[in-house]
Design a protein. Structure first.
Length: 390
């Protein structure tokens, strides 16, 4: 009976919790219990982000900085520059200014905490949306070009967020990435109509598929008119579904765009691993010779997705490291200390530093201080060197 069937979103949530509990079985009793060793000291806090002198995206203030990020979205507008989880009738364009507090640490998105008796946002302490604006497509392109000229940069990145992400949260994440990377080109995020809720998983799956055509058309227009020489495409989680299909279709329909994107960066992809290897990877590799894939064996969100869908997800290294020609796979296992271990691409200082060297310095995996793994050339991948316990 339908009323007995939990939603897929709740099933994923329950699966994650049960997986966590299942890994926490109590120890068997023994005749004598020896004194356990003292716990290791907690890891040091992430370093504080450095001031962004000369960055055209950052407005320096006495109490906090402001980062401007650009957006394109096919969400329905529910206010001036505000967007919800419904599908829109057209792509909207604009920018958002996000505050960066003085005590911002790399990888963090500072928000109010009831444990600190903080019940409202304060731009001096938290990453908040300070102001926002929408404008026509032509003004959007002009603003991108003006940002590139002011920063003396020829680079732009387009970030596609994942499941369970509100528009404002996508803006905060994009601002955090741009600020922590000290990215001086044009930072852009494409926001599809995620429900921003756990139980909205199946609706998000439908909406990210619906958004694929809009994203493809946006990327086509952006590649042709934004003025950036180097365009980096970055996707996280379910956002990889839209990005990989949009770009692979672009390369098929518009072969002149092959080589147009500088790098495609796929982080924790909630994408069927077999489908990607068989159908998507060959098309992506044919159109872009620099593709980086970040995976982890501790990603509980992807473990839950595997249980729901029945087959391994591309970003789940616990099911085996995904290695294929033309794609540099980087194993980020053990770097994320959060419960789900799913957002390491933006929360881990090590991964951010790796992306920084990839994007800003143009270094390949073999040049970035990563450990080379794999017993043969066709099974080669790279892994972060984890700090040793003392």
């Amino acid at each position: 009976m339908k009323w007995l069937r939990p939603t897929l979103g709740w099933l994923i949530g329950a699966t994650v919790v049960l997986a966590f509990i299942g890994c926490s079985a109590p120890p068997r009793p023994t005749a004598m219990q020896s004194t356990p060793p003292p716990p290791p000291p907690p890891p040091p806090p992430p370093p504080m982000a450095m001031p962004q002198a000369g960055n055209p995206n950052v407005a320096r203030g006495f109490e906090f900085d402001q980062v401007r990020v650009f957006f394109a979205t096919d969400r329905r507008a529910n206010g001036v520059g505000e967007f919800g989880g419904e599908r829109g009738s057209e792509i909207a364009y604009g920018n958002v200014f996000v505050s960066i507090p003085r005590q911002h640490r790399i990888g963090g998105i500072e928000q109010p905490s009831i444990w600190r008796l903080e019940f409202s946002e304060d731009p001096r302490k938290h990453m908040t949306i300070v102001r926002r604006a929408t404008y026509p497509r032509d003004d959007f392109v002009a603003a991108i070009r003006e940002t590139l000229a002011r920063g003396g940069s020829e680079a732009s990145f387009v970030f596609v967020h994942g499941y369970n992400v509100a528009f404002d949260d996508a803006a905060r994440r994009t601002a955090q990435i741009a600020y922590d990377l000290d990215f001086r080109g044009a930072p852009v995020f494409y926001s599809w109509p995620s429900q921003a809720s756990l139980e909205g998983y199946t609706v998000d799956e439908a909406n990210v598929e619906w958004s694929m055509l809009n994203l493809k058309n946006f990327l086509l227009d952006y590649a042709q008119h934004c003025g950036a020489k180097d365009i980096y495409l970055i996707a996280h989680s379910m956002g990889n579904r839209a990005l990989t299909r949009a770009v692979s279709t672009l390369f098929t329909e518009h072969p002149e765009l092959r080589g147009r994107f500088k790098e495609i960066i796929l982080t924790a992809p909630d994408v069927d691993a077999d489908v990607f290897k068989r159908e998507l990877a060959p098309k992506l590799v044919a159109g872009c010779d620099k593709i980086t894939l970040y995976v982890s064996d501790g990603d509980k969100a992807l473990l839950a997705s595997k249980k729901v869908h029945g087959y391994p997800r591309l970003g789940d290294a616990a099911a085996g490291i995904a290695v294929m020609p033309g794609v540099e796979t980087v194993d980020a296992s053990g770097l994320d200390t959060s419960f789900l271990e799913h957002s390491y691409f933006a929360t881990s200082g090590s991964v951010l530093q790796d992306i920084r060297r990839l994007v800003l310095e143009g270094l390949r995996a073999a040049q970035r201080g990563l450990a080379e793994k794999g017993d043969t050339a066709d099974r080669r991948y790279w892994k972060f060197l984890l700090p040793t316990a003392h």
